[in-house]
Design a protein around this ligand. Structure first.
Ligand SMILES: [Zn+2]
Length: 350
């Protein structure tokens, strides 16, 4: 596997983390699990196995199959501090298990939810942030989306950029095997892609923290506790009345967004030669999903910056773009939640 470490000029603006957090603000209350019932949680550490198979993403000395197990162990340890919960794991060692057998194991322990733990990588090695994948079907979508919003908020609190809750359909139901097989056993399931292993912004987060996998596992456990309304006398928390957004189950299975953003336009761009930057007013739009990032090019689209967080509450925003060589040309590329893009026309500045 490629172990390129990429130097990036611009990281995702932290301000966008904070702005986007309003998206995950909690509104009305959904149905709550009865306090008396014991919840069965199945944690699925993604990948695993020897002989060079099923390793998951391998970048920068990080092996997905190893760190998913570390996060899962930390998640289990934290969750075990709560009352009324049984925790099961599909694997506790470096073994290869089929996705169907993982789901079958979850069914055998009467799991209420399957949490599949993963890390991400992109072909262009240029993306960053977390995402949660859920089933596109009815109540499975509803439960996964509802949990996913809480999970994304927990990761956002750690400074990881939220790419949102997503769905993808395949020929036989949900595209992702663990989600589809769990659904066929009547168990809601999400895949938590915590962050990217192949790129600067997320890699910096992983490397700047002393024990990132324990931190991530605790965040996952907290999200589960909030979703199920658990309480812990040990941790002195009670999420019994934790509010959840009211997610409406889709009438028809919900798949991925297959179309590019429809608008990416530079309304105005002003060069500040002494400050070596550009103040640009930009409009972006995607009728299906959110715009989550933009990139810019200062050489007519030959080279591009790293992704920069877009304030997804807005269709038009004013941004300041570094322009170290006082370039006169600016192009913007908008990314939707499924990483489909649209480029603006290049603008020539005075
Ligand atoms: Zn994975």
């Amino acid at each position: 596997m490629n172990k390129k470490s990429l130097k990036k000029k611009v990281s995702v603006a932290l301000v966008a983390f904070l702005v986007s957090s309003s998206l995950f603000s909690m509104k009305s209350s959904e149905s709550k699990v009865e306090a008396s019932r014991v919840v069965n949680i199945c944690i699925d550490p993604g990948h695993g196995g020897t002989g060079g198979r099923n390793l998951g993403a391998q970048y920068n000395g990080l092996s997905e199959k190893e760190i998913t197990l570390k996060v899962a162990n930390a998640m289990k340890e934290e969750l075990s501090k709560y009352e009324g919960v049984n925790i099961y794991m599909t694997r506790t060692t470096d073994t290869e298990i089929s996705l169907k057998n993982r789901a079958a194991y979850a069914a055998s322990v009467n799991a209420d939810f399957v949490y599949s733990i993963h890390f991400n990588a992109s072909t262009g090695h240029d993306l960053c942030g977390s995402e949660v994948w859920t089933s596109g079907f009815g109540s499975f979508y509803q439960k996964g989306y509802s949990f996913g919003e809480i999970e994304e908020n927990e990761l956002l609190n750690l400074g990881i950029y939220p790419r949102g809750v997503k769905t993808k359909l395949g020929t036989n139901g949900d595209y992702y095997g663990i989600i589809n097989n769990s659904r066929l056993f009547n168990i809601p399931c999400v895949i938590i892609e915590h962050c990217y292993l192949d790129q600067g912004a997320d890699l910096n987060w992983l490397k700047s923290s002393k024990d990132p996998y324990t931190i991530l596992g605790k965040a996952d456990a907290t999200a589960v506790a909030k979703y199920f309304g658990l309480s812990s006398s040990l941790l002195k928390v009670n999420y019994g009345n934790y509010p959840k957004n009211n997610v409406v189950p889709p009438k028809f299975p919900k798949g991925e967004d297959l179309t590019n953003p429809t608008v990416c336009k530079i309304n105005s761009a002003v060069r500040n030669k002494s400050a070596k930057n550009i103040t640009a007013n930009i409009s972006v739009k995607d009728p299906d999903t959110m715009i989550i990032y933009y990139k810019y090019s200062l050489d007519g689209g030959i080279t591009w910056s790293s992704v920069v967080g877009w304030n997804r509450a807005l269709e038009t925003d004013t941004v300041v773009i570094p322009n170290p060589n006082n370039s006169k040309i600016l192009t913007i590329r908008a990314y939707n939640q499924y990483d489909l893009t649209a480029d603006s026309l290049p603008v020539i500045m005075k």
